[in-house]
Design a binder for this molecule. Structure first.
Ligand SMILES: Cc1cc2nc3c(=O)[nH]c(=O)nc-3n(C[C@H](O)[C@H](O)[C@H](O)COP(=O)(O)O)c2cc1C
Length: 154
């Protein structure tokens, strides 16, 4: 069965909630789904990963949530090729942090592409100033993403 891995970067659980809410959408599309809330580089490189969804908030001033830093540190240290990885990216942020809005999601996107991964579609940026429940935006976005990118294997 096809596998999609969901990698979560979160401080307060909002991005993890989004991951858990969209998980059934992938299952309905015919995928096995694994959600990583303490992801390691091995989680990304093993198998290897062909399809992934990254779902991360931003903390500090455009910084990565703490639970992502080990994986990203190792990624930069090992510089593996991510050619063959296709991914989507959901960034949670708050536009009151004007200069660093969704900074972690944007930086992660750049990092992944720098190692050869291919983003499918546009990055989704969810602004806490506009959206109280991130799921309300994330669920329809993932539904469309699965259709638009012809990901369904069911
Ligand atoms: C201390 C702190 C720093 C933050 N810094 C940023 C930031 O630099 N840029 C941004 O877009 N959002 C920032 N945010 C907003 C969070 O990314 C946003 O509230 C997000 O929905 C939190 O998701 P989480 O529960 O998964 O951590 C910050 C929030 C806090 C509490």
């Amino acid at each position: 069965m096809s596998l999609v891995k969901i990698f979560v970067g979160t401080m307060y659980g909002g991005a993890l909630d989004v991951a858990e809410q969209v998980q059934p959408l992938f299952e309905n599309a015919g995928y096995d789904v694994v959600v990583f809330d303490q992801p390691t580089l091995a989680d990304l490189l093993d198998t290897p990963t062909e399809l992934a969804l990254f779902c991360t908030s931003t903390t500090g001033s455009g910084d990565f949530p703490g639970n992502l830093t080990a994986m990203l540190h190792d990624l930069q240290k090992m510089s593996p090729s991510l050619v063959g990885l296709r991914y989507g990216l959901i960034a949670l942020g708050d536009s009151s942090y004007v200069d660093s809005f969704c900074g972690a999601g944007r930086a992660l996107d750049e990092l992944l592409q720098g190692f050869g991964a291919q983003r499918l579609g546009e990055r989704l940026e969810i602004d806490a100033m506009e959206t109280f429940m991130a799921d309300d935006v994330a669920i329809p976005w993932v539904e469309s993403w699965i259709v638009d990118q012809q990901l369904s294997v069911a």
